[in-house]
Design a binder for this molecule. Sequence first.
Ligand SMILES: [Zn+2]
Length: 290
Amino acid sequence: MYHRFSDPTSLKAQCTYLKHHYELLSMLELSECLRSGRPFPPNAVVITIDDGYRDFLKIAFPIFSTYSIRVTVFLVTDFLDRKLWLWPDVVKYAFGHTPYTAAEVDIPNGRRLSLPLDSSTLRLQAARVTIEEAKTLTNQDRLFLLECLMERLQVKLPREIPEHCQPLRWDEVRSLAQSGVEFGAHTKTHSILSRLSDNQELSNEIVGSKKRIEEQLNAPVLHFCYPNGRAADISDSAVATVRAADFRTAVTTEHGLNLKSSNRFLLRRIGVEPNLPDLYFRQCVAGFRV
Ligand SMILES: [Zn+2]
C-alpha cells in the first residue's frame, strides 16, 4: 500500500526488486483467486495506492507501466470532484500557514491541546497530533473541529487546492484506466466509517463513491478501500454495506499477509513508501515488519 510519490529513483529500485522476487498480481486477479478458491501463485503481491493524488500520474504510473505492473488506485470521489481537500491536508495547511507561534486547540472530546508552532517541524507535529485526535471523533465532531481550527488559527483555504495536494482529474483517470490501471472506491469524503451516525450516511459514502467512478469510467468498480482502515474504523454495518454493493473485495490497513481463506471484504495490507531504506522495504514486503 502506497499513498504519495516524490522520488522516482527509489520507486524504480523497489519495482526492480519486486519484479525479481515476487509474482505481481492485479486486484482483479487476486479477487478471482479468492472467489474460485484457486491458490495464489507463490510470493504473490498486489500493489494498491490510496486516495487519488496527482503525483501517481506524474511520478509513479510511468514507472509501474515500464515494469508492466498493474496497480489499483482507490479514489475519494468528492476529492476528485474538487468539492473538498482531503481533510488531513486541511489540518496541515492550517498549521503551516497560521500567523501564530503557539496555539491552544479544543478537541470536541473535551481535551485541550497546547501546541508550540515556532518551527516548521513543530507545526507538522501539531498537525499530526490534531489529525490523530480528529480520527477518534464522530464525523460531525471532526467537521466541527476543522471549522473551529481554521477560525482559531486565522487561516482561510485558497480556492484552488495547492499543487502538492491535488487529486487526479477525471480525464486522467479515464486515460489511466485505458492503460490498465484499476480504480477502486475509497468513499466520497474519506470519513471514517465507524464514526458515521447512520446507514444512510454509510451508503452515501460507499455506494455513492462506487457509482461516481462507474459513471466516469463506464465500467464496474469492483474493489473498496476503508478510510483509515484499522479494525476500529470499520463497523459491521460498513462491511455489510460493502458486501451488498457488489464489490468483490475490500482492503483495510490492518497489517499482514492474506491467505486463501482470508475474508475478501477485510483484506490486510502492508504500508510502504518509495523512500524507505532498501532493507527495510524488503522486510516490509516479506511481512517481517509491523
Ligand atoms: Zn485514504
